[in-house]
Design a protein around this ligand. Structure first.
Ligand code: MRU
Length: 342
């Protein structure tokens, strides 16, 4: 079952509803832009590469639902609705990249039906491509791990964050597939617990040994020499920083202090070559994500809260970037990497 897919019979997008995990594995059918935006904002579908696929399929959905028959009217509405989709979450660059990739290709057509058909075809190709790229990331990254290693990871950069296989967890899966014994320490990832709900679930499903820790135990396990490498995913990589789930920066500082390699695994679609750290908007989420757990209060009602969903890790804390084009080490030559994306 893919994290996000197109149902050929029902003509709709299907996603694994990640808000129900780990209790329930269920697919949600999405037929219009509003439902897709709701699913993105509430993290039913999440993770940078999966958001890229959602951007692509979203354009296909929008195109199917527009009634206008004249090309200029159709294109105007398609662009306006695609912009709403791009803005659903600001930090992961893959969402707008997926929207743009499918729009660019579909708008080459000169009639409405062709635009619809090409949009869907391109969205499917984007999704296939994502699986392939994750496999290649996995293959390159697996070389960095030794038999018996324990890897600490944060948030979920697994198959649930992609169309399939995963980036950081893809590296671990590929190493296991190559016959290495790899253990994982999964950080819980407060406040929305992608590490405990999703990463621990995925790895347990695959029978890859996983131990859950609270985020504030990362220093403890590193000092105890229980960690051989840290591998995380990314939402956006700019020249001077890696944006990923809040807490990633802390792990990078701890890894550096303990002499542990800190790897970032991501496809080239996550690189944003035109921006620097200061240009990137970090999503600020609902304060109640910290104040409450379901209906139970964890803090006094109304207490002021800071709830950034992501942080920036400076490049000097990154040991290597693992991509589908290979492993890059500092000093990172962004111009050379950008050429590979074209
Ligand atoms: O808020 P989320 O759950 O979408 O955040 C996801 C992450 O930060 C992941 O680590 C990142 O997208 C990499 S996914 C391969």
């Amino acid at each position: 079952m893919r994290t996000i897919d197109w149902d050929q019979k029902k003509n709709c997008v299907t996603i694994i509803d990640q808000t129900l995990l780990p209790e329930k594995l269920a697919l949600l059918e999405i037929r219009d832009l509003q439902s897709l935006i709701e699913a993105i904002i509430t993290l039913r579908v999440r993770g940078a590469p999966a958001l890229g696929a959602a951007g692509g399929y979203g354009v296909a959905l929008i195109a199917r639902n527009i009634k206008a028959k004249d090309v200029p009217g159709f294109v105007k509405q398609l662009r306006a609705e695609a912009l709403k989709l791009k803005n659903a979450r600001p930090t992961a660059v893959n969402l707008s990249w997926g929207v743009e990739r499918v729009l660019d290709r579909a708008l080459d057509a000169d009639n409405v039906q062709d635009i619809r058909n090409i949009a869907l075809e391109e969205a499917k190709m984007l999704a296939e491509d994502d699986v392939q790229r994750c496999r290649e990331i996995g293959m390159h990254g697996a070389e960095l791990l030794k038999d018996g290693d324990t890897v600490l990871t944060h948030c979920n950069a697994g198959r649930l964050a992609c169309v399939d296989w995963g980036t950081a967890l893809g590296v671990i899966r590929s190493a296991v597939e190559a016959g290495k014994n790899i253990k994982v320490i999964s950080c819980e990832t407060r406040p929305l617990n992608q590490g405990s709900r999703l990463t621990a679930w995925e790895l347990a499903e695959d029978k890859i040994p996983v131990t859950l820790i609270a985020d504030d135990m990362a220093g403890y396990v590193m000092r105890k020499k229980l960690v051989d490498a840290v591998i995380v995913g990314a939402d956006r990589i700019v020249e001077d920083a890696v944006f990923n789930k809040i807490g990633t920066y802390t792990h990078s500082v701890l890894a550096k202090a303990h002499g542990i390699p800190f790897y970032v695994a991501a496809p080239l679609s996550t690189f944003d070559f035109r921006r620097k750290e200061a240009d990137v908007v970090i999503e600020e989420r609902d304060p109640d994500e910290l104040r409450k757990c379901g209906s139970r209060m964890l803090a006094p009602a109304g207490v002021p809260v800071l709830n950034p969903a992501f942080d920036a890790t400076p490049m000097e804390n990154v040991t290597a970037l693992i991509t589908e084009e290979g492993v890059f080490r500092p000093p990172f030559d962004f111009k050379a990497i950008e050429k590979l994306k074209m």
